[in-house]
Design a protein around this ligand. Structure first.
Ligand SMILES: *[C@@H]1O[C@H](CO)[C@@H](O)[C@H](O)[C@H]1NC(C)=O
Ligand SMILES: *[C@@H]1O[C@H](CO)[C@@H](O)[C@H](O)[C@H]1NC(C)=O
Ligand SMILES: *[C@@H]1O[C@H](CO)[C@@H](O)[C@H](O)[C@H]1NC(C)=O
Ligand SMILES: *[C@@H]1O[C@H](CO)[C@@H](O)[C@H](O)[C@H]1NC(C)=O
Ligand SMILES: *[C@@H]1O[C@H](CO)[C@@H](O)[C@H](O)[C@H]1NC(C)=O
Ligand SMILES: *[C@@H]1O[C@H](CO)[C@@H](O)[C@H](O)[C@H]1NC(C)=O
Ligand SMILES: *[C@@H]1O[C@H](CO)[C@@H](O)[C@H](O)[C@H]1NC(C)=O
Ligand SMILES: *[C@@H]1O[C@H](CO)[C@@H](O)[C@H](O)[C@H]1NC(C)=O
Ligand SMILES: *[C@@H]1O[C@H](CO)[C@@H](O)[C@H](O)[C@H]1NC(C)=O
Length: 576
């Protein structure tokens, strides 16, 4: 039965395609501003039929018990409304057919008739519960862009519908789009984006002391540092294992200690702080030029408090927590590039339960006062990795950010978005990952993927690669730390090297990407005008130019950044 409706739908879609304004160009539209008139449907609606409701409600059906109707704005724009709703999913739906292996990007403009409410898109596959595929805070009086998506595991019809938990609001929708991409198309979007985001065009001109161009000079370009933080977690085994030290220091310049700065590690017994291990790891990192993200001041999960904290009264928690934040943040003040201040405060609320609703906001304020130049992060799981976890959905993440920022003492807070990225086994939903990064990226705060790993799976290495490429190619992502490493250090979710420090397939992927995201050392001969044009990854470079006559050369250090003007010429003078 489903096969039949699938075939039927497919023929309809292709017929409609002929007339559509289908634009397959890739677009990171990151608008989350609420707009008076909505945006055009992205990709001309993709495979959605009647995406802009220009043909009344044709192709759309009521879902559940609500009522649906088309309305027209004062300016003549037509949109869809679900009203008289009784259940969260009472809305309207359209059935389309999706193809196994393709990646589907969803978007729609949404609005509610009162207040502001979270509106989600739900994808309902036959014989399964609907899965949420993206959400956003919709407002009254203007349109907000909702994004989402999925990777199709099978060729199947799928029903697209909308959800709002508050059944007393009307859901309004316009310009719905579901656009399929092949994995190859997706990859080429990433490659294009990487080229635009992470590289700059540089023109060198080799000249003689007389300023005349030196034709035929040989220029060697060597990258000595990468600017994009692609790093790796480390743990205390690094202090005692020289193979681990060598392996780490030869690959990574950014790190997070997986557990060693946590409260349960530094104060196992009440009143007996011991920072020996964390301090030694900081020393190791500093000696090797490795930057450190602090992790974490507090963890909101009741399970992960130091044992003695679990039995304290709220007043005692307050005193102990004040001592903790002061101790750890002051100790490393000025030495860290970030702090995860209250870990996982979307899923848990140990401190809010004990100290009141503003516990997180207050801790962020205190941490920033103690360490003014370090960015203070939220840090959550499932926001990019699992679309069905509502607690840490993009809409709820944004609410918490706004709550922390609106706290009176936080007007100068430098806040960051930490997304852990613990992916399960199975195909990661990179369409959802991208839509979430788009929506959170539009807030304008720095985003880091902070703890990326992928569970064991026959395709683990491939899935790790998909996730890392998605992060690296996204304009809002400013850094990636993986929680992976050698088997001997206990990294048993994603192991990069075995007991003999031989690469696993996942280790091969990481080494391949490190190489790919750095410019190869290259030697180029200058043209008749002494020019050389290259595209270089952002980083620090050593440039050496040699004239054709022996023993004439010059070297210079060059920093290539995003701000590099493509027209600007780097002059390399050679004395002859
Ligand atoms: C991307 O989308 C935005 C908003 O819809 C639009 O303004 C912009 O022109 C688009 N860019 C491209 C390259 O299509
Ligand atoms: C939907 O797209 C049409 C143009 O295709 C535009 O006129 C209209 O304003 C858009 N609606 C919304 C809500 O963005
Ligand atoms: C549902 O929305 C209405 C209209 O905005 C609002 O008055 C009401 O408080 C909301 N209910 C809940 C439970 O949030
Ligand atoms: C602190 O921790 C280190 C490393 O575990 C240990 O060697 C040392 O004995 C501890 N110090 C105290 C005073 O317990
Ligand atoms: C939390 O902070 C807000 C101000 O942002 C304030 O209005 C509210 O009363 C505070 N709540 C408590 C329990 O102190
Ligand atoms: C924020 O910074 C401004 C300018 O430096 C300063 O006047 C203000 O007092 C600061 N606010 C807080 C809460 O620290
Ligand atoms: C595809 O399969 C993965 C597990 O292999 C699952 O997590 C995901 O939800 C599935 N996607 C859809 C759209 O069913
Ligand atoms: C993985 O490592 C953790 C921590 O080192 C340990 O608790 C767990 O038992 C290990 N799991 C397996 C399957 O080896
Ligand atoms: C180049 O310089 C080196 C040492 O500075 C010298 O030994 C060598 O003879 C020079 N070669 C020529 C061709 O001038």
């Amino acid at each position: 039965m489903f096969t039949e409706s699938c075939t039927l739908l497919l023929s309809c879609i292709f017929l409609y395609f002929g007339h559509g304004t289908h634009a397959s160009s890739y677009n990171y539209s990151t608008t989350t501003k609420c707009l008076v008139e909505p945006l055009d449907a992205l990709y001309g609606g993709g495979i959605i039929v009647n995406p802009e409701f220009n043909y009344n409600i044709e192709r759309w059906e009521a879902f559940g018990q609500g009522k649906i109707e088309e309305r027209i704005s004062k300016k003549g724009n037509r949109f869809m409304v679900a009203h008289s709703r009784k259940h969260p999913l009472d809305s309207f739906s359209q059935k389309v057919c999706v193809e196994k292996g393709k990646i589907y990007s969803f978007s729609a403009s949404v609005q509610v008739n009162e207040g502001s409410e979270i509106v989600a898109v739900v994808f309902k596959f036959p014989n399964r519960d609907g899965v949420r595929g993206g959400d956003v805070i919709a407002e009254h009086g203007c349109w907000t862009l909702l994004k989402g998506g999925f990777v199709a595991n099978f060729t199947s019809p799928v029903e697209i519908l909308f959800e709002s938990k508050n059944t007393s609001v009307e859901i309004m929708v316009d310009n719905v789009s579901l656009q399929p991409f092949t994995k190859e198309e997706w990859r080429s979007h990433q490659d294009k984006s990487i080229k635009e985001l992470r590289k700059s065009k540089v023109r060198f001109q080799v000249t003689q002391a007389s300023k005349n161009p030196l034709k035929g000079a040989r220029v060697s370009i060597k990258q000595v540092k990468s600017h994009f933080p692609f790093g790796c977690g480390m743990n205390h085994y690094i202090l005692t294992n020289s193979n681990y030290q060598k392996w780490f220091a030869s690959r990574f310049k950014w790190t997070t200690f997986t557990n060693e700065m946590k409260w349960y590690s530094t104060e196992k017994t009440r009143g007996q702080e011991n920072y020996t291990v964390a301090d030694n790891m900081v020393k190791f990192a500093q000696k090797n030029g490795i930057s450190i993200r602090g992790h974490n001041v507090f963890w909101d999960d009741p399970k992960y408090q130091p044992d003695w904290v679990k039995s304290l009264s709220p007043e005692e928690v307050r005193t102990a927590a004040a001592k903790r934040i002061n101790s750890v943040v002051s100790r490393y003040q000025g030495q860290l590039i970030a702090w995860d201040v209250v870990n996982e405060n979307l899923h848990f609320s140990f401190y809010e339960d004990n100290l009141g609703e503003n516990a997180s906001a207050e801790f962020y304020s205190t941490a920033q006062q103690l360490d003014p130049d370090t960015t203070m992060f939220m840090n959550e799981y499932n926001t990019i990795e699992y679309s069905s976890d509502e607690k840490s959905s993009p809409a709820n993440y944004k609410k918490k950010l706004e709550e922390i920022l609106s706290y009176p003492r936080n007007e100068n807070l430098s806040l960051g978005i930490g997304l852990q990225g613990h992916f399960g086994s199975g195909q990661p939903n990179i369409a959802y990952m991208r839509s979430t990064l788009d929506m959170l990226g539009a807030i304008g705060l720095p985003i880091w993927l902070t703890e990326v790993d992928v569970e064991k799976d026959p395709n683990q290495a491939q899935y790790l690669e998909e996730v890392l490429r998605e992060g690296y190619s996204h304009p809002a992502v400013q850094g990636i730390i993986m929680f992976v490493g050698p088997e001997i250090a206990g990294f048993n979710v994603t192991t990069l090297v075995d007991k003999n420090f031989k690469n696993t397939p996942a280790g091969d992927v990481v080494d391949k990407l490190i190489e790919e995201w750095n410019s190869n050392t290259q030697e180029i001969i200058a043209d008749d005008q002494g020019y050389i044009d290259v595209s270089l990854f952002h980083g620090d470079y050593e440039i050496t130019a040699e004239g054709r006559v022996a023993n004439t050369s010059a070297t210079l250090s060059l920093r290539v950044t995003q701000a590099h003007e493509p027209q600007a010429i780097v002059h390399v003078h050679i004395d002859t």
